[in-house]
Design a protein around this ligand. Structure first.
Ligand code: PGA
Length: 249
């Protein structure tokens, strides 16, 4: 049985005051029997978030990490540093990193493995662009993005990871994949993993991301292979984020 995970990716939003307010409102509103919840603030507020989350079931995550261990990499942040800040999760391969910062499948695979080596659980983001969907390349792209990580090491790396399917055309656009459209991709992902390792396929959580909000969360989360959500915009409003968490119960 896969436990649902609802993770809030704040992206480059917030400040000290917002961090304090959002986290305390989420903590106050969180039901005792809520699903697993994570918040993923910018690097600069991880320390503050970690202190606010002492004794809380809410897990902390970071949005990116460097593929190197330490040293002369000005401006980069290592997995060890994130671990030191109390992070449990780290996003790798978010589409904004892939498209705006040129992260290739190879770079994403390096980051993924480094995250695991440094004691973090990577949330591997995959997804097709609108052009790729229109050219019917969705499955090829998405399965290829997962494959790049598996090939770099082995299928076993997915035993300690989360996958997030985020169609690029649905991120921050208000457009959401229809539940059936998303389910089709989630199912294909799980199927392709099952061909390599049945148990890992049954246990790996595959989140949906892309304009998930209270109004569409229930239908998406009801799908058999959708195990939670990676929430951007709606994670910046505690009421919306809590409503989505409620739907995942
Ligand atoms: P969105 O972002 O919910 O604002 O579409 C999701 C994400 O990019 O993780």
């Amino acid at each position: 049985m896969r436990q649902a995970l609802i993770a809030g990716n704040w992206k480059m939003n917030g400040n000290r005051q917002v961090t304090e307010q959002l986290i305390s409102e989420i903590q106050q509103g969180l039901a005792a029997d809520a699903c697993e919840v994570a918040v993923i603030p910018p690097f600069t507020y991880l320390d503050q978030a970690q202190q606010l989350l002492v004794d809380s079931p809410i897990k902390l995550g970071a949005q990116n990490l460097c593929s190197e261990v330490s040293g002369t990499f000005t401006g980069e942040v290592s997995g060890n540093m994130l671990k030191d800040m109390g992070c449990h999760y780290v996003l790798v391969g978010h589409s904004e990193r892939r498209t705006l910062y040129g992260e290739s499948n190879e770079v994403v695979a390096e980051k993924f493995i480094r995250a695991q080596q440094q004691g973090l659980v990577p949330i591997l983001c995959v997804g097709e662009t609108l052009a790729q969907r229109e050219q019917k390349q969705t499955l090829e792209v998405v399965l290829g993005q997962v494959d790049a990580v598996v090939k770099y090491n082995s299928i076993n790396v997915l035993a300690n990871a989360v996958i997030a399917y985020e169609p690029v055309w649905a991120i921050g656009t208000g457009l959401t994949a229809l539940p059936e459209q998303a389910q089709q991709v989630h199912q294909a992902l799980r199927q392709s993993i099952a061909e390599q390792h049945e148990e890992i396929a049954q246990n790996v959580r595959i989140l949906y991301g892309g304009s998930m909000k209270p109004a569409n969360a229930a239908d998406l989360l009801a799908m058999k292979d959708i195990d939670g959500g990676l929430i951007g915009g709606a994670s910046l409003k505690s009421a919306d984020f809590l409503a989505i968490i409620n739907e995942a119960r």
